[in-house]
Structure formats: C-alpha cells, structure tokens
Design a protein around this ligand. Sequence first.
Ligand code: B1M
Length: 210
Amino acid sequence: MVDQQAFYQALSEGKTDAVKELTRAALAGGAPAEVVLKEGLLPAMDRIGLRFKNCEIYIPEVLIAARAMHGGLGVLKPVLAKSTNEKTTKVVLGTVKGDMHDIGKNLVGMMLEGGGFEVIDLGVDVSEADFIRSAKESGAKVIAMSALLTTTMVEMKVTIDAARAAGLDDVKMIVGGAPVTEEFARRIGADGYAADAGTVVGKVRELVAA
Ligand code: B1M
C-alpha cells in the first residue's frame, strides 16, 4: 500500500530523505517499483505541478520538490533496472537544446534500462550535434528525445533533420514529453512517439524490431 498523501507531503516540503525512506518502506512492504512510481511519486509530483500552474507555489518550491523526487527515483532505479542483465541495444537519450526539465526524461531512461536497453543519458540541453556524435560513437540504434516546453519541442525536428543529413538513416528517432503529440511526432518525421514512461519500452522495442 502506497501512502500517496505522505509522498505528497514529503515532496512538497522538499524532504529528500523522507521521500527515499517512504520509497524504501513501500518497496519493503511488497509494492512493486512500478506501483510506487505510479501511485506514490508521480501523483505527488502532479499535484506540485498543478499548484505551480495555479501560482500557489513558485519555482524554488518546485525545484526542491524535484530534488526530493530525484531521491525517490534513485531508490527505485536499481529495482526497475534489475529485471534483466542483458543490455544490448543502445539508446541515446536526452532533453533537447534549451530545455532543463529532466524528471520525465530520467523516468524514461529508467524504464528503458529496466526493459533491457543500454541507455546513454546525455542529460539536459542537448544539441543536435551532441545527439549525433553520441549515436555515431556508440553505435546506438535509437535516439530518444524529451521536451517539456512548446518553445523547445521544435529542437526535435532540428535533430531529426540533422541526423538524416549526417547519414544516420538506420537510427530510429523517438520523441515524447508533455507538449509532444503523436501528430507532432509524425509531422516532424520522427519514427515513434510515446506518451509516457510506461509505454516507451514497447515503442522502442517495436522500432528496433522493424
Ligand atoms: Co517547468 N514548465 N519551467 N520547471 N515545469 C512546465 C513544463 C510547465 C507546463 C509549467 C506550467 O506553466 N504549467 C511550463 C511549460 C509551458 C509550455 O511550454 N507549454 C514550464 C515552464 C514555463 C518553465 C520555465 C520557462 C519557467 C520560467 O522560468 N518562467 C522554466 C524553463 C527552464 C528551461 O527548461 N529552460 C521551467 C523550469 C522548471 C524547473 C527548473 C523549476 C523544474 C524542472 C526541474 C527538473 O526537471 N529537474 C520545472 C518543473 C518541475 C515543471 C513541472 C511543474 C513538472 C514537470 C515534471 O517534472 N513533471 C511542469 C508542469 C507540469 O508538467 N505539470 C513544468 C513530472 C514528469 C514525470 O512528467 O516530464 O511530463 P513529464 O514526463 C512524462 C511524459 O511527458 C513522458 O513520460 C514522463 C513520465 O510518464 N515523457 C516522455 C517525457 N519525456 C519523454 C520522452 C519519451 C517518451 C515519453 O520518448 C523519448
């Protein structure tokens, strides 16, 4: 049983140690890591997002909540990732240029690792040149891009066009993030789109198999 209110309370107060402890306790109580994520951490962060949107809290509060969220995700990461030790297909992952949001991207990375992919996480504010260099150097089969801002989602097209121009025709491009839609993905020439971290593994598997 995941105590949603406790997660929200700890996140909103930025109490990283408490978030870690709640995460550990939920796992120890028998909740699967995916459930702790979906019923504990994510709804708590959603509530923070809503309060931010309604101007009830401001960027510093969101930042301390995000930091605490990372603490919880750090506890979940090895549990989500240990479902397989065979890491073969490489995926280059990053949040696009100009965009600093990384919570969703980190979740996507964890899910992909949990799904057996080797994830090369380039972090945030990743330029098209860095995506391309990393894919070339690593022999990655997939470039996965995240964007949270309507002003930065256009960078996905910049990267896709640059990758094609650089001859990376066999590298599949998948995009996602709150403002990104399937229609947008199609329009910019992406090979795939995933709405959330829960569906990204299946989508990447489909792309790699195609
Ligand atoms: Co920002 N921010 N933010 N922010 N922030 C949003 C995104 C916003 C919607 C808030 C709002 O106004 N309601 C708004 C964007 C508006 C828009 O463009 N339409 C916004 C804004 C405006 C800004 C600033 C410009 C604010 C300012 O400075 N005036 C600024 C921009 C900085 C920059 O990036 N250059 C800014 C800054 C920040 C903080 C630094 C304070 C912080 C980020 C901390 C961090 O990431 N380390 C922050 C946060 C936390 C948010 C909100 C509150 C929460 C985002 C989040 O982490 N959600 C957000 C409001 C909201 O979403 N409710 C907001 C939880 C996360 C799990 O969800 O990232 O959507 P999400 O990921 C999901 C899916 O989208 C999907 O899977 C994930 C899990 O299921 N997904 C993928 C994501 N990437 C994917 C990739 C895939 C597939 C699926 O394939 C590759």
